[in-house]
Design a protein around this ligand. Structure first.
Ligand SMILES: Nc1nc2c(ncn2[C@@H]2O[C@H](COP(=O)(O)OP(=O)(O)OP(=O)(O)O)[C@@H](O)[C@H]2O)c(=O)[nH]1
Length: 296
């Protein structure tokens, strides 16, 4: 085959919670497909963000944050899905923060399949007060594992991300594209609507709702360019219901209207969004309930 053959393949984005995996995926794909938040642990699903250039189609798998601190059913499922995601991708992008290499990173090294190319992405280089520390840091992490490449960048500022794409593309197999060039994600709008609403909830509720909250889209109807979305916000304690709703319903109203604005931008049309709060006890500890909510 000639050097100009098209390449297409999958890339898993892994790393400790909060290192910037979602920010990076969004930056690379150029659209908001994966939610971000200052709170750790907001990504619970595998999400494929897809980028198609003249030479390559990159299919990104944004895995959940690797969790070691809380060992409930939800985290067992999340760690399992990290391992599953790694088993069937072409390239692993292991994201760390500039200047930080700790036990969490070492633990992730143990998950890495030995037959996969692993590119180490050093994110948040904009945060390094002393830039001269970068080279010694690269040198020290390069001794931790046989990384195919080490790429320093800032996902938030967009510095170095073009270089990452060019480098990662070289490791994808020669193949025609799997998806239409216009696809930004293979997730349904229904799923994306739930993600956008969940992001607003996380942002507005702060520390009050650690894991006991999720979103179920009960109905998703399309009438021409209008989408009617009926979303239940599921909490695991009665007490949380009032917190989500807020005084006089103000908080839920603000959350819903922010989520609706994002949905309209992403879907490119009017959205009518109805939200309400439902109590389902102990769901984070019940694998069966999790499966019924779409986590596998
Ligand atoms: N300064 C700086 N902040 C960044 C950069 N990339 C991400 N962040 C911030 O880091 C925080 C976490 O980013 P996320 O993208 O949500 O991290 P994540 O790894 O997907 O987190 P989980 O979903 O919890 O696994 C957010 O506040 C981002 O704005 C960067 O390049 N520079």
């Amino acid at each position: 085959m000639s050097e100009t053959s098209f390449r297409c393949g999958t890339l898993a984005v892994i790393g400790r919670p909060n290192v910037g995996k979602s920010t990076l995926t969004n930056r690379l794909v150029g659209a908001k497909v994966s939610i971000t938040s200052k709170k750790a642990q907001t990504t619970r699903h595998r999400i494929h963000g897809i980028l198609t250039t003249d030479a390559c189609q990159y299919i990104f798998v944004d895995t959940p944050g690797f969790q070691t601190a809380h060992r409930n059913a939800l985290n067992r499922i999340m760690n399992r899905s990290v391992t599953q995601a790694l088993a069937d991708v072409d390239v692993v992008l292991f994201v760390i923060e500039a200047g930080r290499w700790g036990p969490g990173e070492k633990e992730i090294l143990r998950l890495l399949p030995s037959d996969r190319k692993v590119l180490l992405v050093i994110n948040k280089i904009d945060r390094l007060a002393d830039k001269s520390r970068l080279l010694p840091f690269i040198d020290s992490v390069s001794r931790e594992y046989d990384f195919a490449e080490i790429i320093p960048l800032s996902a938030e500022k967009g510095h170095g991300t073009a270089e990452l794409l060019a480098t990662a593309g070289k490791y994808l197999p020669e193949s025609p594209p799997f998806f239409d060039a216009d696809d930004i994600t293979d997730r349904s709008e229904r799923f994306l609507a739930a993600e956008l609403l969940r992001e607003k909830l996380f942002r507005n509720l702060g520390e009050e709702l650690p894991y006991g909250l999720t979103v179920e889209i009960e109905k998703f109807e399309e009438e021409g360019a209008l989408r009617r979305i009926y979303a239940a916000i599921v909490v695991d304690r009665e007490g949380y219901k009032a917190i989500v709703i807020g005084k006089g319903g103000e908080r839920l109203k603000r959350i819903s209207s922010d989520a609706r604005a994002d949905m309209e931008r992403l879907f490119g049309g009017k959205v009518w969004l109805e939200t309400w709060v439902k109590v389902k006890g102990g769901w984070a500890d019940d694998e069966r309930a999790l499966k019924s909510l779409g986590y596998e």
